[in-house]
Design a protein around this ligand. Structure first.
Ligand code: NAP
Ligand code: MG
Length: 499
């Protein structure tokens, strides 16, 4: 056993296996159903992590009522005070990085280094959001009338329903909670059923940071019951949802029926275009990093490499050489570069695509097999896969796989590369690797996606607008100042004064 594994075992012995309540109005409460759901370590299913509430509509109603009451006072707290609370929260994220990263790595299965990266990223996003409290500036316009000032102010919309996926158990909730609090909104969070443990810990840290009771509430449970109740609750004014495109569309239709605002961050099928030979080695490193971190379970994972035919052999070689350096194994082992998939269901879903790719006539260059034996039997492991001879119309090239599968598409020229990149229903992120300055602008302009990265992988930054077009997103982009359009609404105020 490595040192890191021994530390992890010791830590889990002390911290795992507890039963956690919902966090409503500053109190830990059991769900009305009286039922619990157990969660297990993704790297080792024999290790129970905790038992969490299986909540329903009545628990959501209690949480929304608490958030509605708290909105009255929180929205009136001066902006610098809201910012101070968030800055204390960011400090606690840094201070408690070990506990957060261990929980994240255990319940999600990402390697520990990535889990620490997620904590650091969450803290950075909170610090940017804290500043947003003071950037809720409005406008002053000329008036049609004498002695009149026309202004527009921005006010928080009210209670936010935050629904998050399982791939980023810390960043996904924080990305919704921090801006909501900065702009004066209150929150009910329904995290993914597979990753409630980090969410519970975030509530403890928010409380310690001085977030008043009711301002942030946590209700765990299934999407079909707790999630649906949150989406349809009449007092919830905005839904910030991150998850699959299919579900996002359904939630958007439900929210529209009640004229709720939505902010949807959805799936992706992100392409990397590699234009010239001298870019290949650097590109391979970046692409492999972006394709296989979080075991490929990232909305912004690169899943298609689009390369000119004459460079395809060199590209394949460079990718294989990078990929064979990655060792798969339990997330806590410091030698490991790729952890398990989150669970058996996700492994089966990804394996279905590996099979489908072979049936569609793509060529499996390396990886793709389920890993068994010794360390692997405790989780859902597979070797990262590279397919070649993938045609843009194949399902392998069109559908989000959400696992460690990378496809190479070979094209004749730059125009065909852009057409192939745009040939999916998704439009989240894309990378472009080239030494031609002109091509950067020309291609960035034509790519149908929310984020373009030139000469690096699909890694975003903690103050930049984050989002997608087409079926990858809807509503205001998150993270950046763009968030203000979702969490606030404008009010036009006309002030007549005496001269
Ligand atoms: P998902 O299946 O769409 O679930 C997302 C969340 O919605 C979970 O909390 C889920 O609860 C909940 N939910 C399920 N049914 C619901 C309903 N009827 N009403 C309300 N909520 C409901 O997504 P996932 O499998 O967790 O995550 C993978 C997907 O997320 C991928 O498509 C990925 O691309 C996308 N994603 C996008 C971004 C982005 O920023 N664009 C970031 C990360 C992930 P349960 O867990 O209980 O089912
Ligand atoms: Mg799902």
């Amino acid at each position: 056993m490595s040192v890191a594994q021994a530390v992890m075992k010791d830590w889990l012995t002390k911290n795992a296996g507890q039963t956690y309540g919902n966090y409503i109005a500053g109190q830990w409460k059991d769900a009305d159903s009286g039922s619990l759901m157990a969660r297990y370590d993704a790297s080792d299913r024999s290790q129970v992590l905790g038992h969490f509430q299986q909540s329903g509509a009545s628990d959501i109603a209690a949480a929304v009522a608490a958030a509605e009451t708290a909105f009255g006072t929180w929205s009136k707290r001066p902006a610098p005070e809201r910012a101070q609370v968030l800055l204390r929260f960011a400090e606690l994220l840094d201070k408690e990085a070990d506990g957060l990263a261990y929980r994240c790595s255990a319940e999600q299965g990402k390697v520990l280094a990535e889990a620490y990266g997620e904590v650091g990223r969450a803290a950075a996003e909170v610090r940017f959001a804290a500043g947003e409290a003071l950037r809720m500036n409005g406008e002053v316009h000329p008036s049609e009338k004498p002695n009149m000032v026309n202004t527009v102010m921005h006010q928080p919309i009210g209670v936010i329903g935050a629904i998050t996926p399982w791939n980023f158990p810390i960043v996904a909730p924080v990305r919704k909670i921090a801006p909501a609090l900065a702009y004066g909104c209150t929150v009910v969070l329904k995290p993914a059923s597979l990753t409630p443990w980090c969410a519970v810990y975030l509530m403890e840290l928010l409380e310690e940071a001085g977030v008043p009771p009711g301002v942030v509430n946590l209700v765990t449970g299934s999407g079909s019951e707790a999630g649906n109740a949150l989406v349809t609750h009449p007092q919830v004014r905005g839904i910030s949802f991150t998850g699959s495109s299919e579900l996002g569309k359904r939630i958007n239709a439900q929210a529209a029926g009640q004229l709720k605002k939505t902010q949807l961050e959805l799936g992706g099928k992100n392409a990397a275009i590699v234009l010239d030979a001298e870019s290949i080695d650097g590109a391979a490193k970046q692409i492999v990093g972006a394709a296989f971190s979080c075991t490929g379970q990232r909305c912004t994972a690169i899943s298609r490499v689009i390369v000119l035919k004459r460079h395809a052999d060199a590209m394949e070689q460079a990718l294989v050489s990078e990929m064979t350096r990655i060792q798969a194994g339990p997330a806590w082992d410091e030698k490991v570069g790729i952890g398990p998939l989150i669970d058996q269901g996700q492994l089966e879903s990804v394996q279905h695509y590996v099979q489908l790719g072979l049936e569609e006539g793509a060529q499996l260059v390396c990886g793709g097999e389920v890993l068994t034996g010794a360390n692997y039997d405790g989780g859902a492991y597979m070797a990262p896969a590279l397919f070649r001879s993938v045609q843009p119309h194949m399902k392998l090239a069109m559908e989000e796989i959400f696992g460690p599968v990378l496809c190479m598409i070979e094209v004749e020229d730059e125009q065909a590369a852009v057409e192939a990149a745009n040939a999916t229903v998704y439009g989240l992120a894309a990378s472009l690797f080239t030494s031609q300055h002109d091509a950067c602008w020309r291609i960035a302009d034509k790519l149908e996606c929310g984020m373009v990265h030139v000469n690096h992988g699909t890694a975003s930054q903690a103050h930049m607008p984050f989002g997608g077009v087409k079926q990858s997103g809807y509503g205001a982009y998150s993270i950046g100042h763009s968030n203000m359009a979702f969490f606030t609404e404008p009010k036009a105020v006309y002030i007549q004064y005496t001269s």
